[in-house]
Write a new protein. Sequence first.
Length: 438
Amino acid sequence: MPDTQKSSTEPLSKSLPAEYDGPALGRDDPVWPYYLRESESRDTELIDGWNNSCNDLGGCAVLQAALFSAIVTAFLIESHKSLQPDTALIIAAGVSRMVDIIEARASSEPAPSGAPLPKLDDFHPSQRDIVVNSLWFFSLALSMLVTLLAMLVKEWANVYRRGDRFTPYYVQARTRQARYDGLEDWGAKFVVRSLPVLMHIALGLFLLGLVIFLDKPKLSSVLMQLVLLVVSITLFLYLIMTFLPLFSAFCPFNTPLSNRKAWRFLKSGIYGVLRLGVGEDSFTLPGERKERTQSTSTALDKLAAQAVVWLVSYSQAEESVDAGTRAIADALAEHGFWNHLTEHEVVTLMAQRFTSFFKGTLGRPWPEDVSLNDVIGSDDLGRMSLCSRALAKLAKRSTIQLIQAATPHTAISGREEKEPGCIMLSEAHCISVQDGLH
């Protein structure tokens, strides 16, 4: 009893586990290996996204920016001369004046009074030349900035993944979490996502300067109009590909400016300034709402049918094909769903798969001592049953009829032309299906 009283009055801090003891998120807690395994998968996805941003448009961003910079520099070598006085022209004018004076003195005539010679201090570049060179120099600066940032992003990725694998798991986990928090706090992801945007802005500035550069009286107007047409079409397509994903669900086209988070933030800012009412989906874009509806719907519609068809048609794994076949066999849907299935070659695929289970024994007499189980294994019998059930469902539920292909001994040639809602199966397929169904 005294010992019990003594232990109950002992300070609580001495009864708690130390910070380095086993569980309770200590050094040896089994949560750390699981954390490292999950974080490695997540970090791989993150770094791959960074690399994709640096490898935008199919090539290395550093190489792209370098090539683009070389192109812009070639134009700047010629265009920047318009910002400086033409010394060759001034020298030519001075030489011409000296010749006139010498000729006048040789003929004892007064020197001609011509226009004053141009001076270096009197030169002022035209507004068009200033605008063109400003656009091109700014474009060159942006491309060089993209080159620098792309190299830095590669280095940031290497530093982020760098670590000592021989340290305890909890040290690796805490180090990784601290680095990840640093990425979030310092906005590193924003810098990575801005690389394609900066490159597109640089290209747009260059094209704008090119159009202004060609708008000169000395140059052919046809050339300027052709370039303006190409630039206008490019700008129009770029704007279409930017805004189309915001309104169309699962649109495959997009640009760096199609980021939905940025547009939601802009929309919320406009709502806040105008003090408009805020509903549940006020900040959700139309395309995002459509995608959410289609993705979360449990209806057996065209999208579900196409997914099953894709699985059965392209999967190389027997388990996956079995799962797709079972889904068809067990589905309870309206005629529309079955018609969507039969629009593709899923019926032919099911019949071919059903026939393959017989292993070339169709049309041959079987010995009396050989049964179906001897030819077809138990696993294949289960798959054959699935195929027969799926084919029966397709034939019963859909409005498309299954007919046997025409042969010289049949009188149904041309039926498939008269009845477009038919799918032809070979004689072997029909025999296999009939045997399996009976």
